[in-house]
Design a binder for this molecule. Structure first.
Ligand code: AMP
Length: 281
C-alpha cells in the first residue's frame, strides 16, 4: 500500500491506475478508522482494482467550539487497518496541502444542507461538500463509497455529483453497528462508560419510530414525538432532533409514504452522535 501526502502525487497515481485498466474506488474519511469505515474499504476492494482511502480531518466542516482539535488522529493505526481491509493507497494530506489559505470559492449544499444537521451545525454540510468536491476533482473518474450512517451527507454528495457533473458513481453502504445497536463512530471514543451504556437509546428511538410507521402511522409529528420522548427519557442524553422525513428530499412530508428516513442526533457528554434508519412503505 502506498501512502501519499501531495495532491499531484495522488492525481498522478490514480490516473496511472485508470490507464492500467483499474476502476478506482475512493473512500473519503477523517481517519480514526473503525469497522464502519473498513466495511466501505472492503466493499471498494471487492468492486475496484485500486482503492484509495483519504484520511483528512476537514476543518471546513467543524463549527466554532466543535471538536476539530480533539478529533482523534491515529494515522499509523489507520494505515495498518486500511491496508488489511484492501486499500492500495492512503492519501493523508496536511491541512496546508488541502487548504494553503482559507478557500474563497466554496460549495453550498443548498436546501438539502440547511435542514437537520445543517440547522444544528450551520455550514457543516457546505464544508463537507467543498472538501468532497476537491477530492473528486483530485481523484478523477471513480466510484466513491459513503456510509448511510451519515445519511444527509450521502444525499448531499449524490446531489453534488448530479448538480456539478462529477464523473463519479456514489455508492451508499449500510451502517455498521455494535451488538447493542449503537452505530460505530470515531466520536464514540469520547463516551464515558456510563455514556456508552446510555448511547444505544438513539438507535432504540429510531427503531420505535420505524415500528410506529410500520404499524400504520402516517403523520410525521407523532413519530417525531415518540422518538424525542424516548431519547429525552435518558438522563445522559441531550436531544438535538428526531425527525421522520422523505428519504430523497429530507423534507417533512404531510403524509409519510414511499421511502421514509428517520434521523436523530443527541449528545452524550461531549460526544454528539447521529444515526438514522430507513422504512420503505
Ligand atoms: P468519517 O470519518 O466520520 O467522515 O466517515 C467516513 C465515511 O465512513 C463516511 O462515508 C461515513 O458515513 C462512513 N461511516 C462512518 N461510520 C460508519 C458506520 N458505522 N457504518 C458505515 N459507514 C460509516
Amino acid at each position: 500500500m502506498r501512502v501519499l501526502a501531495y495532491v499531484e502525487e495522488l492525481s498522478a497515481a490514480l490516473e496511472g491506475e485508470r490507464a492500467a485498466g483499474a476502476v478506482v474506488g475512493l473512500v473519503p474519511t477523517m481517519g480514526a478508522l473503525h469497522e464502519g469505515h473498513l466495511s466501505l474499504v472492503e466493499r471498494a476492494s471487492d468492486e475496484c482494482g485500486a482503492v484509495c482511502v483519504t484520511v483528512f480531518v476537514n476543518p471546513l466542516q467543524f463549527g466554532v467550539g466543535e471538536d476539530l482539535d480533539a478529533y482523534p488522529r491515529p494515522l499509523e493505526a489507520d494505515m495498518k487497518v486500511a491496508s488489511e481491509a484492501g486499500a492500495t493507497l492512503v492519501f493523508a494530506p496536511s491541512r496546508d496541502e488541502m487548504f494553503p489559505s482559507e478557500p474563497d470559492v466554496t460549495v453550498h449544499a443548498g436546501r438539502l444542507g440547511s435542514r437537520l444537521e445543517g440547522a444544528h451545525r450551520p455550514g457543516h454540510l457546505d464544508g463537507v461538500a467543498t472538501v468532497v468536491a476537491k477530492f473528486f476533482a483530485m481523484a478523477g473518474p471513480c466510484r466513491a463509497y459513503f456510509g448511510e450512517k451519515d445519511f444527509q451527507q450521502l444525499i448531499v454528495v449524490r446531489r453534488l455529483v448530479r448538480d456539478l457533473s462529477y464523473p463519479v458513481e456514489v455508492v451508499g453502504c449500510p451502517t455498521v453497528r455494535a451488538a447493542d445497536g449503537l452505530a460505530l463512530s470515531s466520536r464514540n471514543a469520547y463516551l464515558s462508560f456510563e455514556e456508552r451504556e446510555a448511547a444505544p437509546v438513539l438507535f432504540r428511538a429510531l427503531q420505535a419510530g420505524a415500528a410506529m410507521v410500520l404499524a400504520g402511522e402516517r403523520q410525521p409529528e407523532p413519530v417525531d414525538d415518540l422518538m424525542a420522548a424516548i431519547i429525552e427519557a435518558e438522563p445522559l442524553a441531550r436531544l438535538d432532533y428526531a425527525a421522520a422525513v422523505g428519504a430523497a428530499t429530507l423534507e417533512r412530508p404531510s403524509h409519510l409514504g414511499g421511502e421514509v428516513r428517520l434521523l436523530g442526533a443527541a449528545s452524550f457528554g461531549r460526544a454528539r452522535l447521529i444515526d438514522n434508519l430507513g422504512v420503505s412503505l
